[in-house]
Design a protein around this ligand. Structure first.
Ligand code: ATP
Ligand code: MG
Length: 391
């Protein structure tokens, strides 16, 4: 019997021996979540890889690739076939069928690589490769053999069953979701924070988002934009919990009570504090932001010090060493860029200082904040009034 399958290799997790099995379970569960929406699939754990089988009929390779291509932790995916009858003639026939299906009459070089974990197999790997390669050459005159730099590598893995594949699609890499604990991402409608969120999710962090919304200074469109961005991230993470925190009163209070050139710093401190409260409730271990060193005045080393001082929780800033150009390229790649550039301001101009301080002194900011007697109360109230959306 021959059946179409997808052979999935996991890269990095294979090396982390201690929690290896747990990672594999998390990876299978993430793959299953995506596949369950489109059919009946079975995922089998084989030595060093996972085999996806379609229990609903013949596998649609493209559909499976689309569904698991967004799963973190996958190194590569190979559309292939599982063959139960491993005698040489049958392997030759199946290998030829696969090559014809994938490459038709394209003019290409190839080689056959055989791995024989089934040590009872009556021929050596070299012999199998030569016999199968010769047979394919005979039937496909458009192909030629190149053992050093072939365009196509036909892989034959002889295990309990035989697995044949002749094409590799690389996955996103990273680690499966949830394998690194939870983080709360400060998600604005801009270009940067969705990329930062994605990058931490790629490292296995289970991400949730918090958006500080200040109607009417920030419009409903701005909120919709953040929800759409969260939905885009959910395509990779399976789901996404978004906390929307009303911040208008707090912002107006700061506008009246702090010097204009330090408004942004105080506002960011308030955001961090509110985010920390939510993170603690949600058992998240760190905050995540889209800050990049030097990008704007509040993101200088001095600015980051003065803001970070407001909380005790670690803040992950995966974009801190990246240029805007690199961040944009990444936003395009992951599919958030078009949403981020929708022309709705994420901050009203009355809250933006013409000449913000670029080297705020933490002590000074802290003292200033001390005088803001209503601040803590306003932060607590904002958090209490949050709206939660599950995507
Ligand atoms: P982005 O492109 O992510 O909006 P930015 O370059 O506009 O970032 P800032 O406005 O200085 O930079 O914000 C720095 C970080 O603070 C953002 O990346 C985001 O993580 C967080 N942040 C800013 N505004 C908000 C908001 N309204 N709600 C939630 N987080 C925010
Ligand atoms: Mg922004």
């Amino acid at each position: 019997m021959t059946e179409k399958v997808m052979i999935v290799k996991y890269g990095e997790i294979a090396m982390r021996l201690k929690n290896r099995q747990q990672f594999i379970v998390q990876l299978i569960s993430a793959m299953r979540k995506n596949l369950d929406t489109v059919g009946k699939y079975y995922i089998e754990q084989e030595m060093g890889c996972l085999i996806v089988e379609d229990r609903g009929g013949e596998m649609d390779y493209d559909l499976v690739l689309e569904k698991i291509g967004t799963v973190f932790g996958i190194f590569s995916m190979a559309p292939g076939v599982k063959v139960t009858d491993q005698n040489l003639e049958n392997l030759q026939k199946e290998a030829l069928a696969l090559m014809q299906h994938l490459y038709g009459d394209q003019s290409l070089s190839f080689k056959v690589v055989t791995k024989r974990s089934n040590k009872n197999y009556p021929m050596s790997s070299m012999e199998v490769s030569a016999e199968v390669g010769g047979y394919i050459l005979e039937h496909m005159p458009n192909l030629r053999v190149d053992v050093h730099h072939p365009d196509v590598e036909l892989k034959l893995e002889l295990r309990h069953f035989a697995y044949l594949s002749a094409k590799v699609i690389y996955g996103l890499g990273g680690l499966p979701g949830g394998s690194s604990g939870k983080g709360l991402s400060l998600l604005s409608g801009g270009i940067d924070s969705p990329v930062a969120t994605w990058m931490m999710a790629k490292r296995g962090v289970e991400v949730e988002g918090v958006y500080f919304h200040s109607p009417p200074y920030t419009s409903e469109w701005a909120k919709e934009k953040v929800i759409d961005l969260a939905r885009e991230i959910a395509k990779y993470t399976g789901r996404f919990r978004l906390h929307i925190v009303p911040f208008t009163q707090l912002q107006l209070y700061l506008l009246e009570n702090v010097p204009h050139d330090r408004l942004t710093i105080h506002l960011k401190r308030a955001m961090y504090r509110a985010a920390q409260m939510i993170a603690e409730e949600e058992k998240a271990l760190a905050l995540i932001t889209g800050e990049s060193i030097g990008q704007v005045s509040s993101q200088t080393m001095w600015g980051i010090n003065a803001i970070n001082d407001a909380i005790r929780m670690p803040v992950l800033r995966p974009l801190c060493g990246m240029d805007k150009k690199e961040i944009i390229a990444m936003a395009e790649k992951i599919g958030t860029y078009e949403i981020s550039i929708r022309p709705y301001e994420d901050c009203c101009t009355i809250f933006v200082a013409k000449h913000p301080v670029t080297k705020p002194r933490t002590e000074y900011i802290r003292k200033g904040e001390h005088k803001l007697t209503e601040l803590t109360d306003l932060i607590t109230r904002s958090v209490a009034e949050q709206e939660i959306i599950e995507l």
